[in-house]
Design a protein around this ligand. Structure first.
Ligand code: NAP
Length: 240
């Protein structure tokens, strides 16, 4: 059976990605960090549907925790077919108010987290093949006002994806990226309804995206053996 680890797999987009891989017959591990109650609730929800994903806690920005998480993963499964680097954090503030600590935290989770997780799986994938999917953002392509650190980190995820895809293609490891637009998850819960309406007005399809629509893109990238180095936008036609 194929195996997949989804970072930040207990909420929002990551949870929908996890369900999509479970429905495809994968053994799935859900990584999470701070919210154990939500992780247990997600696991219980999947159990009620007849699926049995494992939970592994790790802060993806912490090298030791990531190493330990993959040691546990490989001691159970021995191999990995798909890694989805979905865990991410955002922050809205004026550029001048962004502290070096906030900058490091955003890059630590969104960029270093993907690097650390990839580092643990690449040797296991080389030769036998594998698929790495990084979740970027439309803001990493076009930039968002008052989200400079987040936009820069997501742009870095795109460059990281393209470079690693070239390096690993001869080893049968594919690396792709999904670039969601504005998706209806807790990450956007802080937006007022006026701010949300303003965002929706910029989306040609006229609505927010759904987590399962991002998940479908991940299944496509995982299953299509001739696609690597791509950035697949799931943004309702958001103007670039
Ligand atoms: P979300 O609902 O806030 O969920 C975030 C998930 O990431 C949670 O499971 C959280 O686990 C986990 N996480 C956060 N920091 C972590 C860390 N240091 N280590 C491990 N796990 C961590 O977010 P979402 O909206 O589903 O976003 C998922 C991804 O899509 C992110 O990379 C985000 O940037 C990207 N994205 C989202 C949108 C959008 O509109 N929602 C658009 C474009 C891109 P805990 O709660 O347990 O810490």
């Amino acid at each position: 059976m194929k195996t997949a680890l989804i970072t930040g797999g207990t909420k929002g987009i990551g949870k929908a990605i996890a369900l999509a891989f479970l429905q495809q017959g994968y053994e799935v591990v859900l990584n999470y960090d701070s919210d154990e109650a939500a992780a247990l609730a997600a696991q219980e929800e999947f159990n009620m549907m007849g699926y049995c994903p494992l939970l592994l806690r790790a802060d993806v920005s912490d090298e030791k925790q990531v190493v330990d998480m993959f040691r546990d993963f490989f001691s159970i499964y021995g191999k990995i077919d798909v890694l989805v680097n979905n865990a991410g954090i955002s922050q809205i503030n004026v550029f001048q108010d962004t502290t070096p600590e906030e900058w490091d935290r955003i890059f630590g989770v969104n960029v270093k987290g993907a690097y650390l997780c990839c580092r643990e799986v690449v040797d296991k994938m080389i030769g036998r093949g594998g698929s790495i999917i990084n979740i970027s953002s439309i803001w990493g392509e076009v930039g968002a006002s008052c989200e400079v650190a987040y936009s820069a980190s997501k742009g870095a995820v795109i460059a990281f994806t393209k470079a690693l895809a070239k390096e690993l293609a001869p080893s049968k490891v594919r690396v792709n990226c999904v670039s969601p637009g504005v998706i209806d998850t807790g990450m956007n819960a802080h937006l007022s309804s006026a701010e949300m309406d303003e965002l929706i007005n910029q989306i040609p399809l006229g609505r927010l995206g759904r987590p399962e629509e991002v998940a479908k893109a991940c299944i496509y990238l995982a299953e299509n053996a001739y696609v690597t180095g791509e950035v697949l936008s799931v943004g309702g036609g958001f103007a670039k």
